[in-house]
Ligand binder design. Structure first.
Ligand code: SF4
Length: 240
C-alpha cells in the first residue's frame, strides 16, 4: 500500500514520549488560520511512498529511540489517509515501536477506529471548545472532533490534548478554564498542553502565495501561556 508523505523529522522531542521519528503525512481537510504547515494541505502533494519503505526509514532511527521513543504520525492530518496510516502504525508496532498519532480529530469514523487499533497514544490538537470559534478558526465542525474523542476513549488509547493559544483569540483564564472543564473526566486523558502561537509559519503562507488571516497578530507570551496551562489543568484534573 502506498501513501503521500510530506517529510520525516528525525529525532523530534516534542511530539510524544522520548525521542521520535515524526512522520508528516500529506493532506488535511481543515484550514486553520494559524497553520504552520499549509504546504501539507494538498492530498495530492508530497511524494508517494509505500508503507514498508516508510517504516524501513523510521526503523533506521531505532537506535536513538531509547526506552520511551518511537514514531509519531503527524501532518497535515494523518487520518486524511486512514488506510495508509493504519498500515504504517501496524508495521511499526510489529517492529516493537511505540506509536503515536498527532491529529486534529477532524476525521472520525470506522477508518479512524482501525488506526486507533494500532495506536498507543493520541495527541489531539484541539482547535477550540466553542463550535462557532472552531468553525471560524478551521472551517470544520467541532462535533466531529468530539466524536473522535469518544472513539479514543472507547478504544482505551492514552490521550494528550494540545491547544494553540492565540493572543486576542483564546488567551483568557476563562478560556483556559473552559478547556479544562470540557476535558474533565475523560478516562484516558493524561496531559493538557497549551502552546504559544508563533509567527514562524507565516513564511510558508507567503511561499504559497497565501496570506494568513493572523498575519498581523503578535506571537503569544510563553509565560502567560504557562499560567493558562496551569489554569486548564487545575480545571480538568481537580478532584478527579
Ligand atoms: S489541522 Fe494542522 S495541518 Fe490541518 S490546517 Fe490545521 S494546523 Fe494545518
Amino acid at each position: 500500500m502506498t501513501g503521500r508523505l510530506h517529510s520525516i523529522e528525525t529525532l523530534g522531542a516534542l511530539d510524544g514520549p522520548g525521542l521520535r521519528a515524526v512522520v508528516f503525512l500529506q493532506g488535511c481537510p481543515l484550514r486553520c488560520q494559524y497553520c504552520h504547515n499549509p504546504d501539507t494541505w494538498d492530498l495530492a502533494g508530497g511524494t508517494e511512498i509505500s508503507a514498508e519503505a516508510l517504516v524501513a526509514r523510521v526503523c533506521r532511527l531505532r537506535p536513538y529511540f531509547g526506552e520511551h521513543g518511537g514514531v509519531t504520525l503527524s501532518g497535515g492530518e494523518p487520518l486524511a489517509q486512514p488506510q495508509f496510516a493504519a498500515e504504517v502504525l501496524r508495521l511499526c508496532r510489529a517492529q516493537g515501536l511505540h506509536t503515536a498519532l498527532d491529529t486534529s480529530g477532524a476525521c472520525p469514523g470506522p477508518a479512524a477506529a482501525e488506526v486507533l487499533r494500532h495506536t498507543d497514544l493520541v495527541i489531539l490538537d484541539l482547535k477550540a471548545t466553542d463550535p462557532e470559534q472552531y468553525r471560524a478558526l478551521t472551517g470544520g465542525e467541532l462535533s466531529r472532533t468530539w466524536e473522535f474523542v469518544r472513539q479514543v476513549t472507547a478504544a482505551g488509547v492514552a490521550l494528550w490534548v494540545r491547544k494553540v493559544i492565540v493572543p486576542g483569540w483564546n488567551d483568557t483564564e476563562a478560556d483556559a478554564r473552559r478547556l479544562g472543564e470540557a476535558l474533565r473526566g475523560l478516562p484516558t486523558l493524561e496531559r493538557i498542553e497549551l502552546l504559544p502561537y508563533h509567527t514562524l509559519g507565516l513564511s510558508k503562507w507567503d511561499q504559497l502565495g497565501l496570506r494568513s488571516p493572523l498575519a498581523d497578530r503578535p506571537a503569544a507570551d510563553p509565560e502567560h501561556v504557562a499560567r493558562l496551562e496551569r489554569c486548564a489543568r487545575a480545571a480538568s484534573f481537580a478532584n478527579s
